[in-house]
Design a protein around this ligand. Sequence first.
Ligand code: PBG
Length: 332
Amino acid sequence: MSFGSFPDVRPRRLRSTPAMRRLVAETRIDPAQLVLPLFVRDDVVEPVPLTSMPGVLQHSFDSLKAAVTEAAEAGLGGVMLFGVPADQAKDAQGTAATDPDGVLNAATRIVAAEVGDALVVQTDLCLDEFTDHGHCGVLDARGAVDNDATLLRYRDMALEQARAGSQLLGLSGMMDGQVGAVRTALDAEGFDEVAILAYAAKYASAFYGPFREAVGSTLRGDRKTYQLDPANRREGLREAVLDVAEGADIVMVKPALSYLDLVADVSAAVPVPVWAYQVSGEYAMIEAAAANGWIDRERAILESLVSIRRAGAEAVLTYWAVEVARVLKGSA
Ligand code: PBG
């Protein structure tokens, strides 16, 4: 029934009070759905702040222990560890990645012992932090990234990470066949319980800029021969479907905010959990705008995260994980 020129349908009724809005909210963020990425060095005693990511640190082993304990207390779902080897520990093959005492494997042992029951301990499985040329794989004679030679390195890396106590391997290198290669290697060594998080749709993005400082990247050039072209939506879905077929337990879309169409496509298409990575540049943009007084920092952070969840991501990697968990619990 309608009354003259007045509407007979009034969606505003469900927005009328805070209690009503809370009751009809379609999307929530739970601390258990947040994963904190952490950078660790073995050549510093004190943590090193990152200029391009205000509030984020390169950890020492000691400060890493404190950070993962804090993450567990905040109720996070997990932590994702990135190793930052000293420049002299880098070489063409990324040898330090498969050294049981290399920075990432050593840090993983510490974190697994500290919070292995409270959190899912996850490790970045990629060579770029460990190679002197900065690429995610090893190079062939012409200087191109050699897909299949890289798979052999990833298999060894996966085994060392599993031995160190990683429970979920983050395959972020975008080599063809990497999920299948790593799965086979893990299973052959009895690591059938170690899970694979495939960075399935990872784009060659300018939003990784600040991360390069975070890991002391030596890369010249770009990653466009292995990471996806930002113009391509169908191809991102193809990558996710392939990774699931190869045995990925979870697939990820990365970056998050500029790729929400992919998050929605992938979450509609695959029967495994879909995660998204709110990357360094997404963090830096909000922090920079907030520092200038141009944006409400906390609201912008929460809105960005709820958007990523709304698009279909079940969990999100975010540098704000601990802070957001505290805000959600009303303890910030
Ligand atoms: C590669 C890797 C990158 C990021 C995570 N893993 C960088 C790249 O692909 O160039 C970026 C994360 C971020 O920007 O927050 N190991």
